[in-house]
Design a protein around this ligand. Structure first.
Ligand SMILES: Nc1nc2c(ncn2[C@@H]2O[C@H](COP(=O)(O)OP(=O)(O)OP(=O)(O)O)[C@@H](O)[C@H]2O)c(=O)[nH]1
Ligand SMILES: [Mg+2]
Length: 582
């Protein structure tokens, strides 16, 4: 019931969302493509009427800041609770012993991978462990704070920033030093003592001049120096975690029976501070009435760099509106949930899809029968329409009869019934690889224009790259030169990973089947091939002088034409790349 209601709601949302007709679909991309080629600032002028488009515009204006596959976070363990200065009071016992409790430990901070998250955007920039409880009279110790767990998506790499990195936050001693600023020696000492000691009311001046306090102070400094040294030592082994798998604690088989199981918390990144000591800790034969206690220690402060690995075998690189998302949807039979629409920057984050191929080169998307991969919103609206039609038909016939099921079965094509989407392909699958659909790359993207170069990292991590260009545009070869230039500017040598040029939207050229149109299309394709052969010849990947020519394949992603050849070529690149890695 609930699922059905949710589905209906999402479909209604789809219906409300405005979508453009095929004619606008043609007009907008061309304009925006030319804009993006000439100058990204012209893109500001794009009409921003649709919610998705508005979101894309907003995101683009932020210069890729919100695309979170990389964040730097500051983590601080919880502060320990303060110790207490108190004396036991009882009837007929006016001078009782010191009875101040110690403070509780501050909370530790852990980091744990979880499969429920897919982006780093929900990770707080600052995390602070919970503070420990302060000690109280009659020997009541403060409670230890519970730990804090930072949940990160699977595939996150966690690195601690080294001490010399300017992005690192100051540790507790550096922060204290900064707060003391230009104070005189006496003022500094007074402030530092105030940060570390708790005194019995009105006894502060008396305490600081007593030898017994000076001894306690010296031992506290010693202990603090050791802690500081240990921290420097630990920084030589900075935290480096690769959280690619779901983790859970494996219970120790040799553990005694009936031992309570502790919950798995993940990896400890920052320890909470120890609690302060209550005044009974300073009781000695020469000091029967210690009137001071220590404050809780600060938690460990650490700066972590989190990076989400989006490693795909193949990365699609193209201008906005070239049809990258449509291609991924066609290759996965619509399973890859990536948005398709006729305006620039529809795709805001890389989306990874899995391509499953059988022995004879058939890929999963092909088995969905002839299907047109149009804009997502149009598709959603169409499904809604179909559903509404079905519902009205059902209402006309009889809702409970079993006959309702047979017409649906009869309508399904033979190929669909034999290999429905999903697990039916498991029997045939012999090879699988992943493709990342990336946001559109525009000129000066490497200078953080457009969606910035945040997603160029994902392109960098793909084993092989595939250019997608719009063949219906006036000069697809210009797109190629911009794409190559941007990749090189971002990381010299990155364009060497490109293996294939996909000339998409080939259907638009020969749609009217006029002889002249077909001749023009052929000429344009020949020109593109010539450009690729002459300008984009690559090294053979071994650093030798041998040259490798890139393949050029004309396709129509929307109408699933010539995709088998593309999948076959991609498969060979992936096999080569994997062999090389091995
Ligand atoms: N006629 C035709 N239209 C296509 C084809 N492939 C994509 N389109 C259309 O081109 C427009 C843009 O497609 P997308 O797949 O969103 O393009 P994209 O490269 O992912 O765009 P960004 O995400 O903005 O970078 C949509 O209106 C598609 O329907 C094709 O082969 N033929
Ligand atoms: Mg896209």
């Amino acid at each position: 019931m609930f699922a059905a209601a949710c589905r209906r709601r999402s479909l209604l949302r789809a219906q409300k969302r405005p979508f453009c007709s095929t004619s606008t679909a043609r007009n907008v991309p061309d304009g925006s493509r030319n804009d993006s080629q000439s100058s990204s600032s012209d893109l500001e002028s794009l009409p921003t009427t649709k919610p998705l488009q508005r979101r894309a515009e907003r995101k683009r204006r932020q210069g890729g800041e919100t695309f979170l596959d990389h964040v730097i976070i500051n983590v601080r363990g919880g502060r320990g609770g303060n110790g207490c200065v108190a004396f036991h009071r009882e009837k007929f016992k006016p001078m009782g012993p010191p009875s101040g409790g110690s403070g509780g430990r501050g909370g530790d901070v852990y980091i744990m991978p979880t499969p429920t998250l897919t982006t780093l955007s929900s990770i707080p920039k600052r995390t602070r462990g919970l503070p420990g409880g302060s000690g109280q009279g009659t020997w009541q110790n403060g409670r230890n704070a519970s730990p804090t767990i930072i949940k990160v998506p699977l595939g996150t790499v966690v690195r601690e920033l080294p001490r010399d990195d300017p992005r690192r936050a100051k540790d507790e001693w550096e922060a204290e030093e900064e707060s003391l600023g230009e104070l005189s020696f006496e003022e500094r000492r007074a402030k530092m003592l105030g940060n570390r000691w708790v005194h019995y009311p009105r006894y502060e001046d008396d305490n600081v001049n007593r030898d017994i306090f000076k001894q306690a102070e010296a031992s506290l400094w010693r202990e603090e120096r050791e802690r500081r040294w240990a921290r420097v030592q630990r920084a030589r082994n900075p935290i480096h975690l690769d959280l690619s798998e779901v983790e859970e604690e494996v219970p120790d088989v040799n553990a005694p029976l009936a031992l309570g199981r502790t919950e798995y918390l993940g990896h400890l990144v920052s320890r909470g501070g120890n609690g302060g000591l209550g005044n009974p800790h300073f009781l000695s034969p020469i000091n029967r009435s210690p009137k001071f206690a220590t404050k809780g220690q600060d938690g460990e402060r650490i700066t972590l760099e989190l990076e989400l690995k989006i490693i795909a075998d193949i990365g699609l690189v193209g201008m906005p509106n070239a049809g990258k998302s449509t291609l991924l949807r066609a290759l996965t039979g619509g399973r890859a949930r990536t948005e398709v629409a006729s305006y620039a920057f529809t795709t805001l984050n890389p989306v990874v899809g899995v391509i499953r191929v059988s022995d004879d080169g058939t890929f999963e998307g092909e088995l969905q029968g002839v299907r047109v991969f149009e804009e997502t919103a149009i598709e959603e609206a169409r499904i809604l329409e179909q559903e509404m039609e079905e519902e009205s038909e059902k209402a006309e016939v009889k809702p409970s009869s079993e006959q309702g099921a047979s017409p649906t079965l009869a309508n399904t094509s033979a190929s669909e019934s034999a290999f429905g989407p999903g697990h039916h392909f498991d029997i045939l699958e012999s090879f699988r690889f992943t493709i990342a659909d990336n946001p559109g790359l525009i000129s000066r993207a490497s200078e953080d224009v457009g969606l910035g170069h945040s997603f160029l990292r994902s392109i960098e991590r793909s084993h092989a790259l595939v250019y997608v260009v719009d063949l219906s545009g006036p000069a697809p070869w210009e797109e190629l030169s911009i794409l190559k230039g941007e990749l090189e500017k971002y990381l010299p040598g990155m364009s060497e990973k490109a293996r294939l040029v996909i000339a998409n939207k080939a259907d638009l050229l020969a749609s009217d089947s006029g002889e002249q149109a077909v001749a023009e299309a052929k000429e344009k394709l020949a020109k593109l091939v010539h450009y690729v052969r002459t300008e984009l010849a690559l090294g053979d990947g071994t650093g030798g002088s041998a040259m490798r020519v890139m393949d050029v394949v004309p396709i129509s992603a929307k109408f699933s034409q010539n995709l088998k050849k593309v999948v076959g070529l991609m498969q060979t690149y992936v096999v080569e790349a994997r062999d090389r890695d091995r």
